[in-house]
Write a protein that binds this ligand. Structure first.
Ligand code: NAP
Length: 233
């Protein structure tokens, strides 16, 4: 049995992640895919990351409709940085029959030589690296030794070009995120006011320097004026 492990910060999870997980499941005949949001990303200490419980909740919401997807809290309940080696050792105990296949972004895997006990990581799991424009297999070849490359397959993440960074920026700017991430995740972000660090408000997204809203407003004024004139007649 091959178990897919979808590791990431998921801040927030989006359709790019979900597509890669489903495509990997089918193409590499994985029995299921376990999403494991990291608790304290080891390489992001000192960076602003949304609380793990929020990222986990959004991951649960996004994956609920796929019977082949499950979520694990293992990296939330473990204290300290979320090292992949610790998660693999836990999975080996929990799922002793499973061949582990870790799915993650190509630029994350490209940094594997900096990961804790990376020689053991690459022995314990094979990898599926999700490519994206500008980050293809050559990107890995330029950075990793051949014995590591032989344990890594790549998969296209379509040309959707969705990224968590872009979604956070769009929320901050008041731009729509619908159709980039499942509706339930977009609602969670709105309800919990995530990614609004300067206190801006998602509810009024188009009132800053938008020529179309200025045109719409002038039409509304004109229409109102016309109505008033008619009323007076
Ligand atoms: P990241 O630096 O936030 O992401 C790097 C790139 O990969 C981004 O473009 C990201 O896109 C994409 N990406 C991340 N996860 C993905 C996934 N599952 N599927 C497709 N694309 C994905 O990396 P991260 O998410 O924090 O870490 C990735 C994994 O590597 C995690 O499981 C993490 O625990 C592990 N890791 C382990 C160590 C260690 O053990 N020392 C160190 C670093 C990372 P988005 O921004 O759109 O997600």
């Amino acid at each position: 049995m091959r178990l897919g492990i979808m590791g990431g910060t998921f801040d927030p999870i989006h359709y790019g992640h979900l597509f890669v997980a489903e495509e990997s499941r089918v193409r590499f005949q994985l029995s299921s895919v376990m999403f494991i949001p990291n608790g304290l990303p080891p390489h992001k200490q000192g960076c602003e990351v949304t609380p793990p419980e929020d990222r986990y909740a959004m991951t649960e919401i996004a994956t609920a409709s796929n019977p082949y997807f499950e979520c694990s809290r293992i990296e939330l309940v473990r204290s300290g940085p979320s090292y992949t080696i610790d998660t693999l050792e836990w999975l080996e105990r929990e799922r002793p029959d499973a061949d582990l296949v870790m799915i993650t972004g190509i630029d994350a895997i490209a940094e594997i030589l900096t990961w804790r006990r990376h020689q053991e990581v690459i022995q314990r799991t094979t990898f599926i690296a999700a490519t994206r424009p500008g980050f293809d297999i050559q990107y890995l070849k330029d950075r990793l030794p051949t014995d590591y490359l032989s344990r890594i397959a790549t998969i296209g993440s379509t040309s959707l070009g969705i990224s968590s960074t872009d979604i956070r920026a769009r929320v901050q700017a008041g731009s729509p995120i619908r159709y980039l991430t499942p509706d339930g995740v977009a609602e969670y972000i709105k309800e919990h006011r995530l990614y609004l660090s300067d206190g801006s408000d998602m509810s009024n997204p188009s009132d800053v320097g938008d020529p179309l809203s200025a045109i719409a407003a002038s039409h509304a004024v004109a229409a109102g004026r016309g109505q008033k004139e008619r009323t007076e007649l």
